[in-house]
Design a protein around this ligand. Structure first.
Ligand SMILES: Cc1cc2nc3c(=O)[nH]c(=O)nc-3n(C[C@H](O)[C@H](O)[C@H](O)COP(=O)(O)O)c2cc1C
Length: 417
Protein backbone atom coordinates (compact mmCIF):
# COMPACT_ATOMS: atom_id res chain seq x y z
CA UNK A 1 0.00 0.00 0.00
CA UNK A 2 1.56 3.30 -1.04
CA UNK A 3 1.77 6.16 1.48
CA UNK A 4 -0.03 9.50 1.33
CA UNK A 5 2.43 12.27 0.52
CA UNK A 6 2.51 15.58 2.37
CA UNK A 7 4.58 18.56 1.29
CA UNK A 8 5.36 20.88 4.22
CA UNK A 9 6.27 24.49 3.45
CA UNK A 10 8.05 25.75 6.55
CA UNK A 11 8.70 29.46 6.99
CA UNK A 12 10.63 31.48 9.59
CA UNK A 13 8.62 31.52 12.78
CA UNK A 14 9.61 30.49 16.25
CA UNK A 15 6.76 27.97 15.95
CA UNK A 16 8.95 25.95 13.51
CA UNK A 17 9.86 23.68 16.42
CA UNK A 18 6.16 22.84 16.86
CA UNK A 19 5.91 21.98 13.15
CA UNK A 20 8.67 19.43 13.83
CA UNK A 21 6.40 17.54 16.21
CA UNK A 22 3.62 17.61 13.57
CA UNK A 23 6.07 16.23 10.99
CA UNK A 24 7.17 13.52 13.41
CA UNK A 25 3.57 12.53 14.01
CA UNK A 26 2.83 12.39 10.28
CA UNK A 27 5.84 10.14 9.66
CA UNK A 28 4.88 7.88 12.57
CA UNK A 29 1.41 7.57 11.08
CA UNK A 30 2.72 6.36 7.75
CA UNK A 31 2.68 9.61 5.76
CA UNK A 32 5.59 10.38 3.49
CA UNK A 33 6.72 13.93 4.20
CA UNK A 34 8.83 16.28 2.09
CA UNK A 35 9.90 19.58 3.65
CA UNK A 36 10.65 22.79 1.78
CA UNK A 37 12.01 25.30 4.29
CA UNK A 38 12.74 28.98 3.77
CA UNK A 39 16.22 30.25 4.72
CA UNK A 40 14.57 32.02 7.70
CA UNK A 41 13.00 28.73 8.86
CA UNK A 42 16.49 27.25 8.95
CA UNK A 43 17.45 29.96 11.46
CA UNK A 44 14.96 28.30 13.83
CA UNK A 45 15.48 24.58 13.14
CA UNK A 46 18.43 22.88 11.52
CA UNK A 47 18.50 20.99 8.23
CA UNK A 48 19.78 17.93 10.14
CA UNK A 49 16.61 17.85 12.29
CA UNK A 50 14.33 18.22 9.28
CA UNK A 51 16.11 15.58 7.18
CA UNK A 52 16.33 13.30 10.19
CA UNK A 53 12.59 13.53 10.81
CA UNK A 54 11.53 12.78 7.23
CA UNK A 55 14.41 10.72 5.91
CA UNK A 56 14.24 12.81 2.73
CA UNK A 57 16.67 15.49 1.52
CA UNK A 58 15.53 18.97 2.53
CA UNK A 59 14.53 21.42 -0.20
CA UNK A 60 15.34 25.05 0.47
CA UNK A 61 16.99 26.71 -2.46
CA UNK A 62 15.31 27.23 -5.84
CA UNK A 63 18.65 27.06 -7.59
CA UNK A 64 20.18 24.09 -5.77
CA UNK A 65 22.14 21.94 -8.25
CA UNK A 66 20.29 18.71 -9.03
CA UNK A 67 16.99 20.16 -7.75
CA UNK A 68 16.36 22.81 -10.37
CA UNK A 69 12.79 21.69 -11.10
CA UNK A 70 11.84 20.93 -7.50
CA UNK A 71 9.36 23.81 -7.48
CA UNK A 72 7.27 21.82 -9.99
CA UNK A 73 8.11 18.22 -9.06
CA UNK A 74 7.56 18.56 -5.31
CA UNK A 75 4.15 20.17 -5.67
CA UNK A 76 3.02 17.54 -8.22
CA UNK A 77 4.44 14.74 -6.05
CA UNK A 78 2.32 15.72 -3.03
CA UNK A 79 -1.22 14.55 -2.25
CA UNK A 80 -1.62 17.43 0.24
CA UNK A 81 0.35 20.61 0.89
CA UNK A 82 0.54 22.51 4.19
CA UNK A 83 2.33 25.77 4.93
CA UNK A 84 3.29 25.36 8.62
CA UNK A 85 4.22 27.57 10.31
CA UNK A 86 3.10 30.18 7.78
CA UNK A 87 4.65 33.57 8.49
CA UNK A 88 3.00 36.89 7.67
CA UNK A 89 5.79 37.34 5.14
CA UNK A 90 4.97 34.07 3.35
CA UNK A 91 1.19 34.59 3.44
CA UNK A 92 1.43 38.13 2.06
CA UNK A 93 3.81 37.13 -0.71
CA UNK A 94 1.68 34.15 -1.73
CA UNK A 95 -1.37 36.39 -1.99
CA UNK A 96 0.62 38.83 -4.15
CA UNK A 97 1.79 36.16 -6.60
CA UNK A 98 5.44 36.77 -5.77
CA UNK A 99 7.76 33.93 -6.73
CA UNK A 100 11.23 34.93 -5.59
CA UNK A 101 12.09 31.86 -3.51
CA UNK A 102 11.32 28.14 -3.37
CA UNK A 103 8.22 28.35 -1.15
CA UNK A 104 6.48 31.03 -3.19
CA UNK A 105 7.33 29.39 -6.53
CA UNK A 106 5.97 26.09 -5.17
CA UNK A 107 2.74 27.92 -4.40
CA UNK A 108 2.66 29.50 -7.87
CA UNK A 109 3.06 26.02 -9.39
CA UNK A 110 0.10 24.72 -7.34
CA UNK A 111 -2.72 23.68 -9.70
CA UNK A 112 -5.53 23.78 -7.12
CA UNK A 113 -6.31 20.08 -7.62
CA UNK A 114 -5.27 18.96 -4.13
CA UNK A 115 -5.79 20.26 -0.59
CA UNK A 116 -3.54 23.18 0.36
CA UNK A 117 -3.67 24.13 4.06
CA UNK A 118 -2.17 27.21 5.67
CA UNK A 119 -1.39 27.22 9.40
CA UNK A 120 -0.47 30.81 10.34
CA UNK A 121 1.79 31.59 13.29
CA UNK A 122 2.70 35.12 14.29
CA UNK A 123 2.33 37.95 16.76
CA UNK A 124 -1.30 39.13 17.25
CA UNK A 125 -0.73 42.53 15.58
CA UNK A 126 0.93 40.88 12.60
CA UNK A 127 -1.98 38.45 12.37
CA UNK A 128 -4.65 41.15 12.65
CA UNK A 129 -2.75 43.55 10.37
CA UNK A 130 -5.04 44.55 7.47
CA UNK A 131 -2.48 43.31 4.94
CA UNK A 132 -2.29 39.85 6.53
CA UNK A 133 -6.07 39.57 6.94
CA UNK A 134 -6.59 40.66 3.32
CA UNK A 135 -4.01 38.13 2.12
CA UNK A 136 -5.62 35.33 4.13
CA UNK A 137 -9.00 36.22 2.62
CA UNK A 138 -7.47 36.21 -0.87
CA UNK A 139 -5.86 32.80 -0.34
CA UNK A 140 -9.17 31.48 1.03
CA UNK A 141 -11.05 32.81 -2.01
CA UNK A 142 -8.64 30.81 -4.20
CA UNK A 143 -9.56 27.60 -2.39
CA UNK A 144 -6.74 27.32 0.18
CA UNK A 145 -7.84 26.18 3.63
CA UNK A 146 -6.77 28.62 6.31
CA UNK A 147 -6.54 27.01 9.72
CA UNK A 148 -7.49 28.91 12.84
CA UNK A 149 -4.82 30.23 15.17
CA UNK A 150 -4.85 29.66 18.93
CA UNK A 151 -5.03 32.40 21.52
CA UNK A 152 -2.58 32.64 24.41
CA UNK A 153 0.79 33.94 25.49
CA UNK A 154 3.02 34.41 22.44
CA UNK A 155 6.78 33.98 22.18
CA UNK A 156 7.16 37.78 22.30
CA UNK A 157 5.43 37.90 25.69
CA UNK A 158 2.25 39.51 24.32
CA UNK A 159 -1.05 37.74 24.59
CA UNK A 160 -3.70 37.17 21.89
CA UNK A 161 -4.49 35.37 18.62
CA UNK A 162 -1.77 34.28 16.21
CA UNK A 163 -0.34 31.28 18.04
CA UNK A 164 0.16 28.22 15.84
CA UNK A 165 -2.71 25.77 16.26
CA UNK A 166 -1.76 22.79 18.42
CA UNK A 167 0.18 20.27 16.23
CA UNK A 168 -2.23 17.48 17.27
CA UNK A 169 -5.15 19.55 15.98
CA UNK A 170 -3.29 20.26 12.73
CA UNK A 171 -2.61 16.54 12.42
CA UNK A 172 -6.34 15.87 12.87
CA UNK A 173 -7.10 18.44 10.15
CA UNK A 174 -4.78 16.61 7.76
CA UNK A 175 -6.32 13.27 8.64
CA UNK A 176 -9.80 14.73 8.11
CA UNK A 177 -8.90 15.63 4.55
CA UNK A 178 -8.78 11.86 3.88
CA UNK A 179 -5.64 12.24 1.80
CA UNK A 180 -5.67 9.15 -0.31
CA UNK A 181 -2.44 7.82 -1.72
CA UNK A 182 -2.19 8.43 -5.45
CA UNK A 183 -3.55 5.79 -7.79
CA UNK A 184 -1.02 4.24 -10.21
CA UNK A 185 -2.31 6.67 -12.86
CA UNK A 186 -1.80 9.75 -10.67
CA UNK A 187 1.56 8.46 -9.51
CA UNK A 188 2.64 8.03 -13.14
CA UNK A 189 1.36 11.47 -14.09
CA UNK A 190 3.21 12.96 -11.13
CA UNK A 191 6.49 11.27 -11.98
CA UNK A 192 6.59 11.77 -15.77
CA UNK A 193 4.39 14.86 -16.16
CA UNK A 194 0.80 15.29 -17.32
CA UNK A 195 0.04 13.91 -20.79
CA UNK A 196 -1.78 16.32 -23.11
CA UNK A 197 -5.07 14.82 -24.22
CA UNK A 198 -7.48 16.15 -26.84
CA UNK A 199 -11.03 14.80 -26.66
CA UNK A 200 -13.71 15.37 -29.28
CA UNK A 201 -17.24 14.82 -28.03
CA UNK A 202 -20.91 15.37 -28.85
CA UNK A 203 -22.55 15.38 -32.26
CA UNK A 204 -22.24 17.66 -35.27
CA UNK A 205 -25.25 19.55 -36.63
CA UNK A 206 -25.54 20.31 -40.33
CA UNK A 207 -27.98 23.16 -40.96
CA UNK A 208 -30.75 22.41 -43.46
CA UNK A 209 -32.33 25.84 -43.13
CA UNK A 210 -32.50 28.45 -40.36
CA UNK A 211 -34.28 26.12 -37.92
CA UNK A 212 -33.76 22.53 -39.08
CA UNK A 213 -30.60 20.49 -38.72
CA UNK A 214 -29.23 17.12 -39.72
CA UNK A 215 -27.78 15.57 -36.58
CA UNK A 216 -27.48 12.41 -34.48
CA UNK A 217 -28.37 11.11 -31.05
CA UNK A 218 -25.01 11.78 -29.37
CA UNK A 219 -25.34 13.46 -25.97
CA UNK A 220 -21.60 13.85 -25.39
CA UNK A 221 -21.90 12.25 -21.96
CA UNK A 222 -19.14 9.68 -22.50
CA UNK A 223 -16.71 12.36 -23.72
CA UNK A 224 -17.61 14.65 -20.79
CA UNK A 225 -17.09 11.89 -18.24
CA UNK A 226 -13.79 10.96 -19.85
CA UNK A 227 -12.61 14.58 -19.74
CA UNK A 228 -13.62 14.82 -16.09
CA UNK A 229 -11.89 11.54 -15.17
CA UNK A 230 -8.64 12.35 -16.97
CA UNK A 231 -8.61 15.87 -15.52
CA UNK A 232 -9.10 14.45 -12.02
CA UNK A 233 -6.07 12.22 -12.59
CA UNK A 234 -4.06 15.39 -13.24
CA UNK A 235 -3.92 15.18 -17.05
CA UNK A 236 -3.89 18.23 -19.31
CA UNK A 237 -7.20 17.95 -21.18
CA UNK A 238 -8.63 19.95 -24.10
CA UNK A 239 -12.29 19.20 -24.75
CA UNK A 240 -13.77 19.91 -28.19
CA UNK A 241 -17.53 19.58 -27.97
CA UNK A 242 -20.77 20.34 -29.73
CA UNK A 243 -22.67 23.40 -28.51
CA UNK A 244 -25.47 21.27 -27.04
CA UNK A 245 -23.21 18.43 -25.77
CA UNK A 246 -22.60 17.63 -22.08
CA UNK A 247 -19.68 19.37 -20.37
CA UNK A 248 -17.32 18.15 -17.66
CA UNK A 249 -17.89 19.79 -14.28
CA UNK A 250 -14.24 20.71 -13.93
CA UNK A 251 -12.64 23.70 -15.57
CA UNK A 252 -11.34 21.78 -18.54
CA UNK A 253 -10.25 23.93 -21.50
CA UNK A 254 -13.22 23.67 -23.89
CA UNK A 255 -13.71 24.54 -27.57
CA UNK A 256 -17.11 24.44 -29.22
CA UNK A 257 -18.27 23.28 -32.65
CA UNK A 258 -21.57 23.10 -34.44
CA UNK A 259 -20.99 21.72 -37.93
CA UNK A 260 -18.62 19.17 -39.42
CA UNK A 261 -16.57 22.06 -40.82
CA UNK A 262 -16.23 23.73 -37.39
CA UNK A 263 -14.99 20.51 -35.85
CA UNK A 264 -12.60 19.92 -38.74
CA UNK A 265 -11.19 23.45 -38.33
CA UNK A 266 -10.71 23.09 -34.54
CA UNK A 267 -9.09 19.68 -34.85
CA UNK A 268 -6.72 20.76 -37.60
CA UNK A 269 -5.68 23.92 -35.78
CA UNK A 270 -5.15 22.21 -32.43
CA UNK A 271 -3.22 19.28 -33.87
CA UNK A 272 -1.01 21.43 -36.08
CA UNK A 273 -0.21 23.95 -33.35
CA UNK A 274 -0.15 21.99 -30.10
CA UNK A 275 1.75 18.90 -29.05
CA UNK A 276 -0.91 16.40 -28.03
CA UNK A 277 0.14 13.01 -26.68
CA UNK A 278 -3.33 11.46 -27.06
CA UNK A 279 -6.37 12.17 -29.21
CA UNK A 280 -9.65 10.57 -28.20
CA UNK A 281 -11.98 11.06 -31.12
CA UNK A 282 -15.35 10.34 -29.50
CA UNK A 283 -17.46 12.91 -31.37
CA UNK A 284 -20.30 11.58 -33.50
CA UNK A 285 -19.43 13.24 -36.78
CA UNK A 286 -22.03 13.49 -39.49
CA UNK A 287 -21.04 11.35 -42.47
CA UNK A 288 -22.89 13.83 -44.66
CA UNK A 289 -23.35 17.55 -45.12
CA UNK A 290 -26.24 19.15 -47.00
CA UNK A 291 -25.34 19.56 -50.66
CA UNK A 292 -28.59 20.69 -52.26
CA UNK A 293 -32.18 21.29 -51.23
CA UNK A 294 -35.04 21.11 -53.68
CA UNK A 295 -38.57 22.19 -52.86
CA UNK A 296 -41.16 21.10 -55.41
CA UNK A 297 -38.38 20.52 -57.95
CA UNK A 298 -36.84 24.00 -57.44
CA UNK A 299 -33.41 24.49 -55.82
CA UNK A 300 -33.48 26.43 -52.60
CA UNK A 301 -30.84 29.04 -51.76
CA UNK A 302 -28.69 28.23 -48.72
CA UNK A 303 -30.15 29.71 -45.53
CA UNK A 304 -33.68 30.11 -46.95
CA UNK A 305 -36.41 28.71 -44.71
CA UNK A 306 -38.12 25.62 -46.07
CA UNK A 307 -41.89 25.88 -46.29
CA UNK A 308 -43.82 22.96 -44.83
CA UNK A 309 -46.31 23.14 -47.71
CA UNK A 310 -44.33 21.14 -50.26
CA UNK A 311 -42.25 17.97 -50.48
CA UNK A 312 -38.53 18.50 -50.01
CA UNK A 313 -35.60 16.63 -51.52
CA UNK A 314 -32.28 16.79 -49.71
CA UNK A 315 -29.10 15.85 -51.50
CA UNK A 316 -26.35 14.88 -49.08
CA UNK A 317 -22.63 15.14 -49.74
CA UNK A 318 -20.26 12.65 -48.06
CA UNK A 319 -17.88 14.16 -45.57
CA UNK A 320 -14.30 12.92 -45.36
CA UNK A 321 -13.49 10.77 -42.29
CA UNK A 322 -11.81 13.08 -39.76
CA UNK A 323 -10.15 10.20 -37.94
CA UNK A 324 -8.02 9.40 -41.00
CA UNK A 325 -6.65 12.98 -40.98
CA UNK A 326 -5.61 13.09 -37.31
CA UNK A 327 -2.14 11.57 -37.70
CA UNK A 328 -1.47 13.63 -40.84
CA UNK A 329 -2.29 16.90 -39.03
CA UNK A 330 -0.59 16.06 -35.78
CA UNK A 331 2.51 18.08 -34.87
CA UNK A 332 3.46 15.17 -32.59
CA UNK A 333 4.29 12.22 -34.90
CA UNK A 334 3.99 9.80 -31.95
CA UNK A 335 0.46 10.88 -31.03
CA UNK A 336 -1.67 7.99 -29.73
CA UNK A 337 -5.09 7.81 -31.31
CA UNK A 338 -8.27 6.34 -29.89
CA UNK A 339 -11.15 5.87 -32.33
CA UNK A 340 -14.76 4.92 -31.68
CA UNK A 341 -17.04 2.66 -33.67
CA UNK A 342 -20.75 2.34 -33.07
CA UNK A 343 -22.70 -0.41 -34.80
CA UNK A 344 -26.46 -0.76 -35.10
CA UNK A 345 -27.66 -4.12 -33.78
CA UNK A 346 -25.07 -6.14 -35.70
CA UNK A 347 -23.98 -9.69 -34.88
CA UNK A 348 -20.49 -10.39 -33.52
CA UNK A 349 -18.89 -11.12 -36.88
CA UNK A 350 -20.21 -7.90 -38.38
CA UNK A 351 -19.12 -5.88 -35.35
CA UNK A 352 -15.64 -7.31 -35.61
CA UNK A 353 -15.52 -6.49 -39.33
CA UNK A 354 -16.52 -2.89 -38.57
CA UNK A 355 -13.78 -2.62 -35.94
CA UNK A 356 -11.24 -4.17 -38.32
CA UNK A 357 -12.10 -1.57 -40.94
CA UNK A 358 -11.39 1.30 -38.54
CA UNK A 359 -7.97 -0.22 -37.75
CA UNK A 360 -7.19 -0.63 -41.45
CA UNK A 361 -8.32 2.81 -42.60
CA UNK A 362 -7.18 5.04 -39.73
CA UNK A 363 -4.43 3.14 -37.94
CA UNK A 364 -5.56 4.00 -34.39
CA UNK A 365 -3.89 2.60 -31.27
CA UNK A 366 -7.25 1.60 -29.78
CA UNK A 367 -10.77 1.23 -31.10
CA UNK A 368 -13.66 1.54 -28.68
CA UNK A 369 -16.70 -0.32 -29.92
CA UNK A 370 -20.29 -0.36 -28.80
CA UNK A 371 -23.39 -1.71 -30.43
CA UNK A 372 -26.81 -0.04 -30.12
CA UNK A 373 -28.17 -3.26 -28.64
CA UNK A 374 -25.82 -2.83 -25.65
CA UNK A 375 -26.83 0.74 -24.93
CA UNK A 376 -29.88 1.91 -23.08
CA UNK A 377 -30.60 5.62 -23.50
CA UNK A 378 -33.24 5.30 -20.77
CA UNK A 379 -31.05 3.81 -18.05
CA UNK A 380 -27.75 5.18 -19.35
CA UNK A 381 -26.28 1.66 -19.11
CA UNK A 382 -23.68 1.25 -21.85
CA UNK A 383 -21.27 -1.58 -22.57
CA UNK A 384 -17.94 -0.77 -24.18
CA UNK A 385 -15.31 -3.03 -25.77
CA UNK A 386 -11.74 -1.74 -26.12
CA UNK A 387 -9.71 -3.32 -28.93
CA UNK A 388 -5.93 -3.05 -29.19
CA UNK A 389 -6.15 -4.92 -32.48
CA UNK A 390 -8.89 -6.85 -34.22
CA UNK A 391 -7.16 -10.22 -33.68
CA UNK A 392 -7.27 -10.34 -29.89
CA UNK A 393 -10.26 -10.28 -27.60
CA UNK A 394 -11.31 -6.81 -26.46
CA UNK A 395 -11.26 -5.55 -22.89
CA UNK A 396 -14.91 -5.31 -21.89
CA UNK A 397 -16.24 -2.47 -19.77
CA UNK A 398 -19.53 -2.84 -17.91
CA UNK A 399 -20.39 0.87 -17.68
CA UNK A 400 -19.27 4.35 -18.75
CA UNK A 401 -17.44 4.80 -15.45
CA UNK A 402 -15.64 1.48 -15.86
CA UNK A 403 -14.69 2.45 -19.42
CA UNK A 404 -13.35 5.87 -18.34
CA UNK A 405 -11.22 4.32 -15.59
CA UNK A 406 -9.81 1.63 -17.90
CA UNK A 407 -8.97 4.15 -20.60
CA UNK A 408 -7.40 6.53 -18.03
CA UNK A 409 -5.23 3.69 -16.79
CA UNK A 410 -4.07 2.90 -20.32
CA UNK A 411 -3.27 6.57 -20.97
CA UNK A 412 -1.51 6.93 -17.62
CA UNK A 413 0.41 3.67 -17.43
CA UNK A 414 0.10 1.92 -20.81
CA UNK A 415 -1.75 -0.98 -19.17
CA UNK A 416 -5.09 -2.11 -20.52
CA UNK A 417 -6.68 -4.37 -17.94
C1 LIG B 1 12.95 35.40 16.77
C2 LIG B 1 12.03 35.68 15.64
C3 LIG B 1 10.79 35.13 15.62
C4 LIG B 1 9.92 35.37 14.57
N1 LIG B 1 8.68 34.79 14.57
C5 LIG B 1 7.81 35.07 13.57
C6 LIG B 1 6.53 34.49 13.59
O1 LIG B 1 6.16 33.74 14.48
N2 LIG B 1 5.70 34.80 12.58
C7 LIG B 1 6.06 35.63 11.57
O2 LIG B 1 5.22 35.88 10.67
N3 LIG B 1 7.28 36.17 11.52
C8 LIG B 1 8.17 35.91 12.50
N4 LIG B 1 9.42 36.47 12.47
C9 LIG B 1 9.81 37.28 11.31
C10 LIG B 1 10.17 36.42 10.11
O3 LIG B 1 11.16 35.50 10.47
C11 LIG B 1 10.60 37.27 8.94
O4 LIG B 1 9.49 38.04 8.49
C12 LIG B 1 11.20 36.49 7.83
O5 LIG B 1 11.58 37.36 6.79
C13 LIG B 1 10.24 35.44 7.32
O6 LIG B 1 10.77 34.80 6.18
P1 LIG B 1 10.05 33.60 5.46
O7 LIG B 1 8.61 33.91 5.44
O8 LIG B 1 10.66 33.57 4.09
O9 LIG B 1 10.38 32.37 6.22
C14 LIG B 1 10.31 36.23 13.51
C15 LIG B 1 11.58 36.76 13.50
C16 LIG B 1 12.43 36.51 14.56
C17 LIG B 1 13.80 37.11 14.53
Amino acid sequence: MSKSKVLVLMSGSIAAYKACSLISKLVQNNYEVQIAASPSALQFVGAATLEGLTGRPLLSDNFQTGHMMSHIHAIRWADLVIAVPATAHLINRMAQGIGDDLLTTLFLAHDFKKPFLVAPAMNTSMYLHPTTQKSLATLKSWGLEILETASGVLACGEEGWGKLLDPDLIFAEIQNRKVLPSSPVEAHVKSVGAPRVLITSGGTQEPIDQVRVLSNKSTGSTGALLAETLWNFGMDVTFVTSAQGRRPQSQVRTLEFETFKDLQRHLKYELQNENYDFVIHAAAVSDFSIDKIEVAGESLEQGQKISSEADVTLKLRRNPKLITEIRKWSKNPRVKLIGFKMTANEDRTQCLKAVEKVFQKSNPDLVVHNDMSEMSWKTGKHLFHIYQNPQTAPVDCSSKEDFCLKLSRWIGTGELL
